[in-house]
Structures are given as C-alpha cells and as structure tokens.
Design a protein around this ligand. Structure first.
Ligand code: TA6
Length: 304
C-alpha cells in the first residue's frame, strides 16, 4: 500500500512556488502544478491527471463537475490510465473494465523543475496481492509527465519477467470542447474502425469524425496525429503519439451520459475523448526485460 501522505510528499517531492501536494476529498492526495507555462492537477491514486491548462488559455483537459474522488474509484474526466487491458477483460467479466491501474495506489518517484520552467513528474504503480491476482506477470508501470506549454505523457511498461507479456493500454483522455456537435476530429480518414455503437461492425472512416449522437469507435492503423478542430473555442488541439497504432473516439451522448451519473448536466456537450491506445489487434507484446512506451504530446493552436 502506498504510504505517501501530502506532508511526506511535500517534504520529499514538493518544489516551492511550482509543485505542492494537497489533501483532497476521499482521502486522496493531489499534486498541484503551477509554473510559468501552465497549471495542472494530478491525483496520486491512479496517477490520474485531472486538469491541464496552458497559461492564459482555457482548460484543454476536461474534468466532470460531478467527478467523484474516492479510494479505488475511477475519476470521470482527465487522463485515466487504462492498463494492463483496454475495455472488458478478455475472459474475466468480474475484472474491472480498462484494467486496475487507474484505481490503485501509485507512488511519486521523481519531480523536477526543468530548465525551460516546465515540471516533470514520475509516478510508479504500487502492485499488491489484489493487482497480482488479476495480473500475475512481474512488470513495472511508470508514467512520466511534462507539464509545460504542451503536455507530454509517457506510459512505460517494463517486463521484469522471464516470459513475453502482452499488454493493452490507453491514455483515455477527455478533451474540453465548446460544443461537441460542432467539433471535428481530423487524422483518421481512411482508417478502419470497430463501431461499438453498431454491434462492433467493421467500417472505414471517410473524412473527419463528427459527433451527432453516441460515438464509440476503435480506429486501427491510426498512427498519424489526431487534431480536434473546435470552432466554438476557436482552437485546434493536436494529439501527437508514438507507440500506438489505434485510437478511440468516444462521446456517450445524452442517454448514456445521464445513466453514468458522474458526467454532469450537459457534460457530454463539452467533452470529447480521443484516446491513444494499444487496443484490439494493436496490443503491445513485450519481450522479457523489454519496455513499451505509449507516448503522447498535446498542444493547442489558434484556429485561424
Ligand atoms: O473508451 C471508450 C469506452 O470504452 C466506452 O465504451 C465507455 O465505456 C468509456 O470507455 C468509459 O468507460 P469507464 O469505465 O471510464 O466508464
């Protein structure tokens, strides 16, 4: 069990005027970053980035107004880490959807103020009998974040066993949009996709992705940058990635959103998930002693 409380974390990893650890509801601890370039907040449980806003800009990462912080519970919004599987477990229906990484304790293992004034944070998952019962493969999981004028995230899986392992993972990122009905996602044109709203039918994307109802799609052969055009907030969010050849686009729309209970009133209108994943046939096979990196960089450009 992680023994890092806010006082111990501030003593060892706090950076005056830059990074501090605060007690949050549910007994969680949250890292608060405020530097020359941006602000961000990260729940230590699940190493769950909840917010990122470049200085003088609106939040880029969306967090539900009804998000609940509680031990062992996932937080609605931000950048949930899906690991060591994406979606439902292949054989065990009682195992948590999207794996356990986002709801278990993590340790802070490094923090740094970088030369350009950005903030680097490294978290490592805390394995336990509970996690080993669902994932008996010796492995380490770390997440490296650089909070600056862009947001870089590197999810690193290390195979410390003597056998190859196969991992499904995702940075299940919720982006803030002015009105999802007017947003467009570029970068997926021509990609085959699995339409989970249409019984898993296999289809092919033509042009940009628009949202006029529930959308839940796993795109394959997706290695190019994805770009969210937001004419309401007059900005373009660029999602660059490496180590992932699949992407998920998801919006629950009205009915699903109401059933979820933590998406907030009209929350669905202001969020759009564009997830960088290793999902479906794009799972990551890692040799003994090897590493897999799922890396993204989020940046914002004015929409001229
Ligand atoms: O990535 C899309 C998805 O798999 C949807 O099917 C929906 O279940 C969403 O993830 C949210 O899952 P969660 O477990 O966070 O409620």
């Amino acid at each position: 069990m992680s023994m890092q409380d806010s006082a111990a974390l501030n003593a060892r990893y706090g950076i005056p005027e830059h990074l501090s650890f605060k007690d949050a509801p549910g007994g969680l601890v949250v890292a608060e970053v405020s530097n020359a370039h941006a602000t961000a907040s990260i729940a230590v449980q699940g190493a769950h980035l909840m917010s990122w806003a470049p200085k003088d800009a609106l939040p880029v990462i969306w967090l539900s107004k009804d998000a609940k912080l509680a031990p062992g519970k996932s937080i609605r919004g931000g950048v949930p880490i899906c690991w060591p599987w994406f979606g439902p477990h292949a054989t065990e229906a009682k195992f948590p959807g999207h794996g356990f990484a986002r709801t278990v304790p993590w340790d802070v293992v490094d923090t740094q103020k970088l030369g350009n004034g950005a903030t680097r944070l490294v978290f490592r998952i805390v394995h336990s009998d509970a996690t080993r019962a669902q994932w008996p493969h010796p492995s380490e999981l770390e997440i490296h974040m650089v909070v600056g004028p862009t947001l870089e995230i590197d999810l690193v899986t290390r195979n410390t066993s003597s056998a190859a392992i196969t991992v499904g993972d995702a940075l299940h990122t919720y982006f803030e949009v002015g009105d999802v009905r007017q947003a467009k996602v570029h970068g997926l044109d021509g990609c085959p996709y699995i339409d989970k709203v249409d019984g898993g039918a296999r289809k092919q994307q033509s042009g940009s992705v628009t949202i006029a109802g529930e959308v839940d799609r796993i795109y394959l052969n997706s290695t190019a940058d994805c770009i969210i055009d937001d004419p309401v907030l007059k900005r373009r969010i660029r999602i660059a990635k490496q180590g992932s050849a699949s992407s998920v686009v998801w919006n629950p729309w009205i009915e699903k959103a109401e059933k979820m209970g933590d998406l907030g009133k009209d929350g669905y209108l202001h969020m759009l998930c564009v997830e960088s994943t290793n999902a479906d046939t794009d799972v990551a096979s890692i040799a003994p002693g090897g590493e897999h990196h799922l890396w993204v960089r989020y940046s914002v450009e004015a929409l001229s």
